[in-house]
Design a protein around this ligand. Structure first.
Ligand SMILES: [Zn+2]
Length: 143
């Protein structure tokens, strides 16, 4: 170990991600209140915006594991394959990226979509972007 700062207590999942994903150079972990709050109630994010439909189509909610444990590290290491982010139920969010900017953007978009979901839910079920429109956008932008 090098450097003067103490590693995060969550070093298990940070290192698990770097071991499993050669394409990842940044891992961010937050306790984003809206994203975490919706996950605590089991609310999965739906395609209510273009970003939600294309970038964050499938963000899994992982069952609670005690923070800072090897068990949580193993769980996250397996779940992060092919994903930009995972949500830890009753805990927070983990986002990954090629760099810190990409990981932070994912955290911000997740929280933005969660706030929209929360607000929309006060007035009825949130309306989703129709699947044919999502496919069209994916084709246009080659996503
Ligand atoms: Zn945490």
């Amino acid at each position: 170990m090098e450097g003067i700062l103490k590693p995060s207590m969550e070093w298990y999942f940070h290192t698990a991600i770097y071991r499993k994903r050669a394409d990842i150079n940044a891992v961010l972990h937050t306790h984003s209140p809206y994203t975490t709050g919706l996950a605590i109630s089991g609310v999965k994010l739906r395609p209510i915006t273009l970003e939600a439909a294309t970038m964050l189509a499938d963000v899994p909610i992982l069952p609670f594991r005690y923070p800072g444990t090897e068990e949580l590290g193993v769980q996250v290491g397996e779940a992060i394959l092919g994903k930009r982010a995972v949500i830890l139920q009753n805990h927070g969010v983990i986002a990954v990226g090629f760099d810190l900017f990409e990981a932070l953007t994912t955290i911000e978009i997740l929280e933005e979509i969660s706030i929209m979901t929360f607000v929309a839910s006060q007035f009825g079920p949130p309306k989703e972007i129709p699947p044919d429109q999502i496919e069209l956008i994916k084709r246009l932008y080659r996503i």
